[in-house]
Design a protein around this ligand. Structure first.
Ligand code: ADP
Length: 300
């Protein structure tokens, strides 16, 4: 029988309700609305969509927001100066810089320039360090979304085999961190046995590890990478991939994940679609981090 399709849209809606309640409580207590500032450099169409999705979600949830647009040619010094202004602006609760940045700008320097307590993407080196040490911190939104989908669906992770396909510092690595670490630590982990595959993993070995996995998390950016023959009967398959492919014939651009959805659906127990899976939950987690940042600022 076919897998249950995990609706990220439905899970995001549930998280949105919790965030709205939290925001309204803050406001009822006489505080300003949380504010998210998003910096966008250049005019990459995908990045523009992401930024618009974030500011739109914010306004739906009662979070105020601003999109700060800079041309692709902006200098690194100008960008760092803008970040510094936002860091010092007490009205700004959360701040993120949409990645990727143009080649002449050092992304690491930019991520490290954001005040760690406003870093709603969780990319500051101190926040990554805390994540790796299982300390409470801003968890990057995509890994946090994968975690929420698993937990809210009631999927057991303790002692399970998890395969994470992809080792990027913003996605694959932190997902693996969350799932392998100890459930009794300050930032609870999944206590799973985690394997990380990446571009040096031969295809036959990828298939081999995949067949052992109770949970497969695909974050490689390769369409059709995970096929039905690789998946264990009843496995949980979470598709983090967002690939834009030109449809043959129509020439239209279509969004697909890293998983052969049609095929894998016949074999898996749970599967997330693309679009409508991890994506909407990721946006919700940026909003949640913004409210957390606003609350933390009050406590100081
Ligand atoms: P994201 O930010 O979504 O993780 P990246 O493009 O930064 O995307 O990273 C892609 C990751 O996927 C890299 O860690 C890379 O090693 C991994 N990867 C790419 N191709 C394959 C493949 N064929 N099999 C397994 N992993 C792969």
């Amino acid at each position: 029988y076919p897998a249950a399709v995990l609706s990220g849209t439905a899970i995001a809606r549930q998280i949105h309700k919790e965030i709205q309640a939290s925001v309204e409580q803050l406001v009822a207590q006489g505080n300003r609305r949380p504010h998210l500032a998003v910096i966008l450099v250049g005019d990459d169409p995908a990045s523009r969509v992401y930024v618009r999705n974030k500011t739109r979600a914010a306004s739906l949830l009662g979070i105020s927001s601003s999109a700060l647009l800079r041309p692709a040619g902006v200098s690194q010094a100008e960008l760092l100066d803008l970040i510094d202004q936002m860091n010092r602006d007490w009205r700004v609760s959360g701040l993120l810089v949409q990645l990727p940045l143009p080649g002449h700008i050092n992304e690491r320097a930019v991520c490290n320039a954001i005040a760690p307590e406003k870093d709603v993407d969780g990319f500051h080196i101190v926040n990554i360090g805390k994540l790796v040490l299982d300390q409470r911190t801003m968890v990057p939104a995509t890994p946090a979304a994968v975690w929420e989908i698993i937990k809210r669906t009631g999927i057991e992770t303790v002692g399970k085999n998890v395969l994470v396909v992809g080792r990027s510092k913003n996605v694959g690595m932190p997902i693996a961190m969350l799932l392998h670490s100890d459930r009794n630590h300050e930032r609870p982990g999944g206590d799973a046995t985690v394997t990380i595959a990446h571009r040096c993993t031969p295809r036959d070995q990828l298939a081999h590890h995949c067949r052992l996995a109770d949970i497969v998390i695909a974050a490689a950016g390769v369409p059709q990478l995970i096929t039905a023959d690789m998946v264990k009967e009843g496995a949980v398959v979470i598709d983090v991939g967002i690939n834009r492919i030109h449809e043959t014939g129509s020439g239209r651009i279509r969004l697909v994940g890293d998983v052969d959805f049609e095929g894998v659906q016949q074999k898996a127990g749970f599967i997330t679609p693309v679009p409508g899976g991890v994506g909407p939950v990721t946006i919700a987690m940026v909003m949640k981090n913004t409210v957390t940042a606003a609350r933390n600022a009050l406590a100081h």
